[in-house]
Each structure stands twice: as C-alpha cells, then as structure tokens.
Design a protein around this ligand. Structure first.
Ligand code: PXG
Length: 291
C-alpha cells in the first residue's frame, strides 16, 4: 500500500511519523473519513472544505491549497488502484516540543491512507440496530466544538465504550443541556408524522457530509426536512429512526433504550432513503484517474 506523507507517496513500511508529533502527544490535529464508490471520491470538495474549516477553528494552517489537497487524495487512490474504499485524510500539528505550545511546531504533517472500509455486519442493515443513550455527555461547544473533526476523539471513544459494555454497537450522545447531539460516529435522524428531523449542529453534532446528502435527497424526494432540537422523548416516540455516516451510510435504528421504534423493523422511508443514497453516490464524486 502507498501512503501519502507530506508531499510524497511512500511504502506503508516507510510511512512513519515522529513520537514528538503533537497529533500523537495531544490529539492536536484534524481529519476526514471519506468514501470512494465506483471509481469516484464521494463529495470530495465538501470533505476538503470541512477539513480546512476544522483546521481554521484550531488555528492550524494547512501548507497547501484546497485544490492541491483534493488532487493529493485522488492521486493516492490512483496509486493504490482503489475504485471503492475508505480514505483517511489526517493533518496533524506536526513535530514540536514536549510542551503544549502549538506555535513551536514547525510544519503540519499531512497523511492520506486509501484502504478498505470496516463495515457494520450486513444483517444489521436488514434488522436495524439497537442503540442506547450514554452518560458521557458530548463535548461542550466552547470546549471542543463537535463541528471540528479533530484528532481528539476521546469523548466519542468513552461513549463507544459505554455502548459496547451495554451490548450494542452504537450509542446516542446528549449535549450538556440534555438534548440529543449525535451518535459516537454518526448523525441521528427521526421520521415523525412524515417529517424528517435531525438535531441542528449547534446541539452538538458534526456537520456530517452524509447528513447533508440525505437532507438533499429527502428534499428532492418531497419529504419535508427540519433541523430541530430533540429530546430522548423524540427518539422514543419516533415513527422511524436512522443514523448516517461515511462508514454506516444510512442504517435503521429499531430500538433505543429498550423502546421499540415503530414496528421494530426498518421503516419504509428509511429503506427508500437507503436506496436513493445508493443511487446518489454513483453520481456525486470526483473521478479517480487511471494510474
Ligand atoms: N458524527 C461524528 C462524531 C463522526 O465522527 C459523523 C458524525 C458522520 O459524518 P460524515 O461526514 O461521515 O457523514 C462522524 C463521521 C471511523 C470513521 O473510522 C468515523 C467517521 C467517518 C468515517 C470513518 O471511525 N465519523
């Protein structure tokens, strides 16, 4: 496998970063998780824009343009003959001292990995998944804003530990006000009386690229879409519920904290949006050139 490392494509065995990199020492950096489908990088420009916004928010200046970054992503896919899979794009603060000061770090490190994707088991898409709400509160937006896709994922990891300990694979996190924020690595949607609802990002959600795509797809299909603050009550009483994310795509939730959602099987609108999403990914990507 060839890895992009700050300007060069190197062999996996040579793709090494320093133990003094602040990405490792402090989780100081930002990243993107991107999918490629059918020889195209899905919504690449939206991912690159979000990466630069995340970097801006943590005062990290990426030493290349957005166009160069997008080009580096498709070149890394091409070098690995990848037509579908998972791309991890990471920008760390780079090598610095053992102190926090990010201004002492010389140069951000840019890493692009094009690999296979780890998916949920296929049966879960047929049965829908069970989730629980967890005690780990989503980061306060003025501590680490959940809109920043930062390398510091401990908040999400702690929530995921609670989910696994409860015997489920994903969880719902609440914000410091007790409102629904998002899952540990996915956004949340409910359908109630024909209206599709998702928490606004200010409630503690990442501005998910899949979330945006599903909102556009639903609007085009004539389904009313609203961003609305939500309580656990709104999950328990939903007609349908699903999660969205780059890895999960669109996956039904059929049980929350032992309350059955709808009739306990993936809802008709969820299934419809799943199939529309499958079609959408065919037509919304940046082509990977033949290497
Ligand atoms: N919320 C959080 C906290 C996430 O980390 C999403 C929502 C969904 O956003 P997108 O833009 O993907 O629709 C994410 C995305 C991984 C992995 O390797 C994690 C994500 C995406 C891809 C891979 O764990 N998280």
């Amino acid at each position: 496998m060839k890895i992009y490392l700050s300007g060069k494509l190197v062999d996996e065995s040579d793709a090494k970063v320093s133990v003094f990199d602040h990405g490792l020492l402090y989780g100081d950096g930002v990243f993107e998780g991107i999918r490629a489908y059918h020889g195209k990088v899905f919504l690449l420009d939206e991912h690159v824009d979000r990466l630069y916004d995340s970097a801006k928010a943590i005062a990290l200046e990426i030493p290349m343009t957005r166009a160069e970054m997008a080009q580096a992503v498709v070149e890394t896919c091409a070098a690995n003959n990848m037509t579908s899979g998972y791309i991890r794009l990471v920008v760390t603060r780079g090598v610095g001292t053992l102190g926090l000061n990010p201004y002492l770090c010389k140069k951000p490190e840019i890493i692009i990995i094009a690999a296979a994707i780890q998916l949920y088991p296929p049966e879960l898409y047929e049965t829908g998944m069970r989730v629980v709400t967890v005690g780990t509160v989503r980061n306060h937006p003025e501590a680490v804003n959940p809109r920043i896709k930062s390398l510091n994922y401990l908040n999400n990891v702690m929530a995921k530990i609670e989910a696994i300990n409860a015997g489920v694979m994903e969880c719902i996190m609440l914000n410091p006000q007790g409102l629904v924020a998002e899952a540990s690595g996915d956004n949340v949607f409910v359908l109630k009386n024909g209206v599709l609802k998702t928490p606004p990002v200010w409630c503690g959600a990442l501005d998910g690229i899949t979330r945006r795509a599903v909102m556009r797809i639903a609007e085009d299909a004539g389904i009313p879409v609203r961003e609305e603050p939500m309580q656990r009550y709104d999950l328990f009483t939903a007609d349908e519920m699903f999660l969205t994310g780059t890895a999960a795509e669109v996956i039904a939730v059929t049980n929350v904290d032992r309350r059955t959602i709808g009739d306990g099987t993936p809802g008709a609108t969820t299934l419809d949006l799943q199939s529309r999403f499958k079609e959408y990914v065919k037509h919304h990507g940046t082509p990977i050139p033949a290497s």
